[in-house]
Ligand binder design. Structure first.
Ligand SMILES: *[C@@H]1O[C@H](CO)[C@@H](O)[C@H](O)[C@H]1NC(C)=O
Ligand SMILES: *[C@@H]1O[C@H](CO)[C@@H](O)[C@H](O)[C@H]1NC(C)=O
Ligand SMILES: CC(=O)N[C@H]1CO[C@H](CO)[C@@H](O)[C@@H]1O
Length: 427
């Protein structure tokens, strides 16, 4: 190959101008260092602009969590920022992907500018309510533990969830995908979570949820769950994270399930650590979940809503939650197996006690340790649908034949001997 004029080294015919060459190289190196320094500074500035806001939210959330995981903060976080606008223009990743067509459109920038109120921490990431300039309120939930999901996979799953339509599901409105963080945007539920109504101390004159409301909530939860089972037959955990803080209440106290169907997109490790389905006995002892696992979660929820007792160990991180929960179930039910078991804050109408006991019993069948003996969802749905606010004499007599379904379970029936049983007494 014929060497060019500027090339040094053999075979070289022309004499190299060593000093010039050296000079050129030095200039080049200085120029490169200069450019790198500028790039570094630019990155530093961009980073500085970006982080304080996020850190502020995290800090606020952590502070709130430490005080009370359910407390709704009144702290208004004004997140307006002019830089966002510039950043947005130069960045294509700021997209919000809408999964429903019946909602007002907005962009990430609008969210960042909206006045936000931290709603809580949760096991996935912080949640906040954002009120957009048009007055629309949405809930933004940040997820950091979905790192393994590819964009297409995430997109397909979220689009499917966006097509869901049921009065007892909190609608997913939109999402934002970034490699290390995802945002899920849902509607806002006016009356907070069931957990906050059951467990947060109320003002002295504020009544607790009464029995008809609690029954309505359980019926709605079951309907929402049945819908998820129907729409997601390929998933063993159509919900996967059913607990009282994921049951939200609209202004008429209709329940709306939240955080459903996330097991396909949450990282395994995180799911097993935090999602309540993985606290079930079958996962704790056999590493497996089945389509009765969500029913177990429903059972815990039923006991919680009737007793007003918080299954604290549920929130415990890692494995072993279920053996503590067995203790919890026993403590709420067996030690005081009378009407004493019911939440003192639950206003009860005359004659409703029989129905309450029936629901308690249904809850126990759903919490059955042995998966084979545990009710499936279809059975739970059918039994819960039969419940009424108030069991009158007529209704009572028509219910006794159904009572056979409970006692025919034979082996488990000993566990359900009521000290004051309406269900089991037969004419
Ligand atoms: C469950 O899985 C974990 C880790 O994958 C393993 O260490 C454990 O032995 C398994 N337990 C059972 C009962 O299979
Ligand atoms: C649960 O799975 C079993 C088979 O494993 C199936 O027969 C049953 O219909 C499923 N139940 C529901 C409610 O999808
Ligand atoms: C108890 C409670 O918080 N009730 C609220 C439910 O939502 C409606 C509508 O926003 C409020 O008016 C109630 O005060």
């Amino acid at each position: 190959m014929h060497a060019g004029n500027n090339v040094c080294g053999p075979p070289v015919t022309t004499k190299c101008k060593i000093s010039n060459k050296k000079h050129t190289r030095r200039t080049l190196i200085i120029a490169i260092i200069g450019v790198l320094a500028i790039i570094f500074l630019v990155l530093l500035v961009l980073h500085k602009r970006k982080t304080p806001k996020n850190d502020y939210i995290n800090h606020q959330t952590m502070k709130l969590n430490r005080n009370n995981p359910y407390k709704t903060s009144k702290k208004e976080l004004q997140m307006q920022s002019d830089e966002e606008e510039n950043r947005k223009r130069t960045q294509n990743s700021g997209n919000i992907q809408f999964v429903r067509s019946d909602r007002e459109r907005f962009e990430l920038q609008d969210l960042l500018r909206a006045s936000a109120e931290v709603l809580g921490g949760g096991s996935f990431g912080s949640t906040y309510k954002a009120v957009l300039l048009g007055g629309q309120a949405v809930v933004v939930k940040r997820f950091r533990e979905m790192n393994n999901v590819r964009k297409e996979e995430f997109y397909v799953h979220m689009t499917r969830l966006g097509r869901f339509s049921h009065p007892n599901l909190l609608p997913l409105v939109a999402f934002h995908y970034k490699k290390d963080e995802k945002l899920l945007i849902t509607d806002f539920a006016e009356n907070g979570s069931l957990a906050s109504h059951l467990h947060v101390k109320r003002k002295p004159n504020e009544p607790g949820l009464d029995w008809p409301t609690r029954l309505k909530i359980i019926k709605g939860v079951t309907q929402g769950l049945a819908y998820l089972y129907k729409e997601l037959p390929h998933l063993s955990l159509p919900h996967g994270h059913l607990k009282s803080s994921n049951v939200l209440l609209d202004k008429a106290f209709n329940p709306l399930l939240a955080d459903y169907a996330l097991s396909p997109v949450v990282s395994k490790r995180h799911a097993q650590e935090f999602m309540v389905a993985y606290k079930s006995p079958e996962f704790t002892y056999h590493n497996q979940t089945t389509n009765k696992t969500d029913v177990w979660c429903l059972g815990i929820l039923i006991l919680e809503i009737l007793t007003g007792k918080f299954p604290a160990n549920y929130l415990k991180q890692g494995k072993g939650g279920s053996s503590d929960l067995e203790t919890w179930v026993n403590s709420v039910v067996r030690e005081e197996w009378t009407d004493e078991v019911f939440d003192k804050d639950m206003k009860v109408k005359k004659n409703s006690e029989g129905e309450m006991l029936k629901l308690l019993k249904i809850g126990m069948y759903c919490c059955e340790w042995n998966v084979d003996r545990r009710w499936g969802l279809t059975m739970a749905v059918a039994k819960i649908r039969e419940l009424t606010e108030k069991g009158g004499e007529d209704e009572y007599s028509s219910c006794t034949s159904d009572g056979d379904a409970y006692s025919s379970k034979g082996t488990t029936d000993d566990d359900f001997s009521f000290s004051k049983s309406v269900i089991d007494s037969k004419p």
